[in-house]
Design a protein. Structure first.
Length: 351
């Protein structure tokens, strides 16, 4: 059965109003293109291609389009809004859903209302309570962004959005996970997705694959210990889908399974890649923003390795597919992932 694209991320710009210490898109040692903005027509071209792709009879799941990536999308919100409005005139079915990840410092009541009208679901980059968040999420002048971010969340709450956040996992968060969840509970945060800290500047310690899986399990156990049933951990929910045989093949960094280039595409301005960590690497470039979605998938098939060892693994149904970039590392081992999956299954279904 032909695999479908499940999620498409669109970076509408390469500019951000914050200067987060750990951001790999703006890592000065590996800087992406500067100030490249997609026009309304260019965004619409991408959406139009997705619309055509969604007509295929093998596209069964909704295609999630997420405005996120190498810049703050609200800087060019008008372009996004106008492109979606044009798209809504031509869309042929309800197989397309819109999302957006923002630092929320530029959020206004007007923008929140427009998102509601467009049926677009926002998620906010928030690392926790003020001391945690302001440790790394700073303005270009070095000031903390916590208060502006929380103000943006208040605009979303006022307009009846479910409050979801994306949190980057740092060493400080690992040590303060109890207080982190207590902050979420107090501030009525509905959902958190944990992002692994990767490709950081050389003076910032990133998180290993093994450390990330240890953290995810501890985070889940902490939430259960505190009996915060109303808080959803998006990563854990993604693994539940794997266990139940209905996986979302997106990314192991914020989901459960790698779908790089086949089930997941990301537009970095006018170029298309299988994964955000592959930006600017010629080997992984799949095409350009005008290209047909199926063609982009086909270009990826020529690049991926034959992972026969995965097919022979006893956990293939629960794991589905590990991170392609990790798999290609010289000293790759899936042991941390296997241990995590086995322990999580026990926690979810046997306790």
């Amino acid at each position: 059965m032909k695999e479908q694209v499940e999620r498409i991320c669109i970076s509408v710009n390469t500019e951000c109003n914050l200067g987060c210490k750990y951001c790999y898109f703006f890592n000065p040692e590996n800087r992406i293109l500067k100030e490249s903005v997609l026009s309304v027509d260019e965004i619409f071209t991408i959406l139009k291609n997705i619309n055509e792709y969604s007509k295929n009879n093998y596209v069964k799941k909704a295609i999630k389009i997420n405005f996120v990536g190498s810049g703050e999308p609200l800087i060019n919100w008008d372009n996004i809004k106008k492109a979606i409005e044009k798209f809504n005139i031509i869309k042929v079915n309800e197989k397309v859903e819109f999302y957006l990840v923002t630092n929320a410092t530029l959020m206004t009541d007007k923008i929140a209302k427009e998102m509601k009208q467009l049926n677009l679901f926002p998620s906010v980059s928030l690392d926790g309570y003020q001391e945690l968040h302001d440790e790394n999420r700073l303005t270009h002048n070095g000031a903390g962004s916590f208060e502006k971010t929380m103000n943006g969340i208040n605009f979303l709450r006022k307009n009846n959005f479910r409050i979801a956040i994306n949190t980057t996992v740092t060493k400080t968060l690992v040590k303060n996970i109890d207080n982190f969840f207590k902050f979420l509970q107090k501030n009525k945060i509905d959902k958190v997705i944990f992002d692994r800290l990767v490709d950081t500047p050389s003076d910032f310690e990133e998180m290993t694959y093994s450390e990330f899986y240890e953290f995810l399990l501890n985070a889940y156990r902490t939430k259960e210990k505190l009996n915060f049933k109303n808080i959803e951990i998006g990563n854990i929910e993604a693994y539940k889908k794997n266990f139940e045989g209905r996986p979302d093949k997106v990314c192991t960094m914020f989901g459960a399974s790698c779908g790089a280039g086949i089930n997941f595409l990301i537009y970095m301005s006018r170029e298309v890649y299988p994964c955000g960590r592959m930006f600017g690497k010629d080997r992984w470039k799949l095409g350009n923003f005008e290209d047909d979605i199926e063609q982009l998938q086909n270009n990826m098939y020529a690049k991926i390795p034959n992972r026969q060892d995965c097919q022979e693994c006893s956990l293939i149904k629960e794991c589905v597919k590990d991170c392609l970039l990790e798999y290609e590392e010289e000293n790759y081992s899936c042991e941390p992932r296997q241990k995590f999956i086995n322990k999580l299954k026990i926690d979810l279904y046997e306790k």
